[in-house]
Design a protein around this ligand. Structure first.
Ligand SMILES: [Zn+2]
Length: 266
């Protein structure tokens, strides 16, 4: 996935040492960030170590640790460029209705770093790497223990149609009360891994996010067979998604009945 060694310890948020302010890439003029960086005034919000601004032409602008020695978060993982693009897309979109949203938010109690926090209690995770079912359940459980409502957006790279069974229009004879024409509706078979299966023990649907075009692909399961999930597939722009007390809401949700939307496990 184009991982570089410097992908460890990259931050999109830095603390401005003299004022204590949090500075998010994209929210603060680049020239100001450059000045702070040159003066050595940028710190990692988690470990307090010195950060430098990296703002070239190719990779997304970010802050990097000068030394990683002090910085260790329990769930710290190297992040790819597309991961950063994805969490930035989530942050920018959901901040529109919630100005206090925070990118790279640390939960002290459980030592987790959420990709995005949206008050009062949403954490948004852009999950592109494979976790085992066990690892994923542990992260989900810690968020629940901390009183958080976690919403998981799978990287679009994880979306895989089964070659043996191409997607097709949803039949008019299909008895399910689901949209058949809207949102690029289709039925098909999809390859999923154990992490997705673990997610579907808790959630009704899978959400995939393409970080570059900011489109959501949604799978609404019909049945399972080993690693093959038969599902209805929909696509809509991230721009139409909102957060409600029940979790993520899109215009697709408005067309699904209560029974379909109810979680399998409370
Ligand atoms: Zn750090």
């Amino acid at each position: 996935m184009g991982m570089h060694t410097e992908d460890f310890g990259i931050r999109l948020v830095a603390r401005h040492a003299p004022t204590g302010t949090l500075l998010t890439i994209g929210d603060v003029p680049l020239e100001r960030l450059r000045t702070y960086s040159e003066r050595g005034e940028l710190r990692c919000p988690e470990c307090g170590a010195l950060l430098r601004l990296k703002a070239g032409n190719i990779r997304q602008h970010h802050f990097a640790h000068v030394s990683l020695a002090q910085c260790a978060t329990r769930y710290a993982e190297p992040e790819s460029e597309s991961h950063r693009t994805g969490k930035m897309a989530l942050y920018r979109h959901f901040r529109r209705e919630s100005p206090h949203a925070q990118l790279e938010w640390r939960i002290q109690a459980t030592d987790q770093r959420a990709d995005v926090f949206v008050p009062p209690n949403f954490v948004l995770e852009f999950q592109q790497a494979s976790n085992s079912a066990e690892q994923w359940r542990e992260r989900q459980r810690l968020y629940e223990d901390a009183g958080m409502c976690a919403i998981w957006f799978l990287g679009q790279v994880r979306y895989a149609e089964a070659r043996s069974e191409p997607v097709r229009p949803i039949s008019i004879y299909d008895p399910s009360p689901v949209p058949r024409r809207d949102f690029e509706a289709a039925a098909g078979a999809f390859r999923v891994r154990e992490m997705e299966r673990a997610m579907l023990e808790v959630f009704t649907m899978l959400y995939y996010l393409d970080p570059y075009v900011e489109m959501l692909t949604i799978l609404l399961p019909r049945s399972w067979h080993a690693q093959t999930l038969r599902a209805y597939r929909y696509r809509l722009p991230l721009a139409l998604a909102r957060l409600t007390p029940n979790g993520l809401w899109t215009p697709l949700h408005a067309q699904l009945d209560e029974k379909t939307l109810r979680k399998r496990r409370a």
